[in-house]
Design a binder for this molecule. Sequence first.
Ligand SMILES: Cc1cc2nc3c(=O)[nH]c(=O)nc-3n(C[C@H](O)[C@H](O)[C@H](O)COP(=O)(O)OP(=O)(O)OC[C@H]3O[C@@H](n4cnc5c(N)ncnc54)[C@H](O)[C@@H]3O)c2cc1C
Length: 446
Amino acid sequence: MKMSRRGFLYVAGAGAGMLAAPGVGGMLAGRAGVEADSAREDSLWTAEIPPISPAPRLESDRKFELAVVGGGCTGLACAYYAKRFRPEWSVAVLESHRLGSGASSRNSGAVRARYLGLDSREMAARGLERLLRFIEEEEFECDLKPAPVVELYRSKHTAEKARVSPGSDSTWVSAEELSESMRTSYYSGAVERTEYSSLHPAKLVAGHVRAARRLGVELYEHSPVTDVKRGNPAELVTPMARVRADHVFIATNAYTPRIGFLRYFMMPVHQYTLATRKLSEGEIRDFGLDRWSLRFERNLLPVTTHLMPSGHFFVRIVIGYASYDSCEWRDMEGARELAGKMFVQRYPWVADVGFEHGWHGVTGHTLKVREIACPIAGDSIHVSAAYNGLGVMPGHNNGYLTACRITGRNDDDVRYLAGTSGHYPLPGEFYRSIVFKPFMKIATPV
Ligand SMILES: Cc1cc2nc3c(=O)[nH]c(=O)nc-3n(C[C@H](O)[C@H](O)[C@H](O)COP(=O)(O)OP(=O)(O)OC[C@H]3O[C@@H](n4cnc5c(N)ncnc54)[C@H](O)[C@@H]3O)c2cc1C
């Protein structure tokens, strides 16, 4: 019997979760700390746009009404809306590296009206509408457009199931048609879907930074928060200065367990993206990339390919879990090699085209496959993290909803900010090493 990824994670968690809390897992998960400032290389998205003008380091002690930890789109959106609702408040964002240099500028650029694990399509539609309105009101360009998508099936069995019931907004595409139009014989079939859009993640980050700056949000880079002390006001410790804040928002997504929050409910999963050189218009046509620019494999572990607006074609794969919630991946050469092999396996023509740029990223995952967004210490410290790999729209929207909650603004959707209730504890470090790591290797056959 085949088990879905979600099913696998659930079973592994139910068994090992008992050991995760105080016992073995607790003892082994003792290491912590923020990723080294030098660890990240730019994604191709970031390399393609003019650099965001630098923000200063936080060098003297300060007091703010709201201090946001993490300068990705979730944190920047929260700071932006809070400042809009309460212009008199002092609002700051503290970022450990460069603004937006986490998943926000490393993702695959797919957007849709969907929250993983949430049935309410209406709430997700409102979230997407909010993101679109933000882009329009702030008047920036981020290559947002409807994206033709195929969801691809490798196994004949799952392809057959999808063929029989492709879904209301979907059209079945046979293996023969795929082979002809996409120049690949790797898949047994696909469904074409219409509800996706795509955008340029680094341009979206730049738009968030500009909007926050315009409203007077104070932005600090290379200012990692190394400790969060609960209290009223709460206190944040950075290497050069301390911050006191009436409200704190932890928007550190996959990096969250490393600063000591949500350790037993979420974990980082490492991804690698490898892009070809820029393809000519003729090549794009010949390789069938003009028909479906975004392609998702419906596998145990997701594999995405995407034709960037600039003409680079990339593959994004899952490379695994690094011990102790680390967000650094040691074997970057190995990751690049694996991505290259998987890319060529699917599209043999990419071997001749060659690869130009690769980048690493981390996503935050829970066993429930739902994000966690709630106050975590009294009412002064809030968190929103663990989007399970689908966070471009939910990150922005949760930033908005958290700003509503903190500033006391009414919005019915605040009730959807999902706490940890119903989340299962993850297995501790020992079990992650003996269960998750081999599982991820098995689930990524080359
Ligand atoms: C390879 C990849 C592909 C993806 N593809 C998609 C996709 O196609 N569609 C989609 O919807 N989602 C996708 N996602 C997920 C999406 O990118 C994220 O959910 C979203 O960007 C999360 O935004 P964020 O601001 O919460 O987190 P991040 O952008 O990760 O921001 C968190 C920030 O916190 C900072 N930080 C961490 N620790 C500290 C500290 N101690 N002190 C101060 N700052 C700190 C980090 O440096 C980082 O800048 C993908 C993610 C990856 C990695």
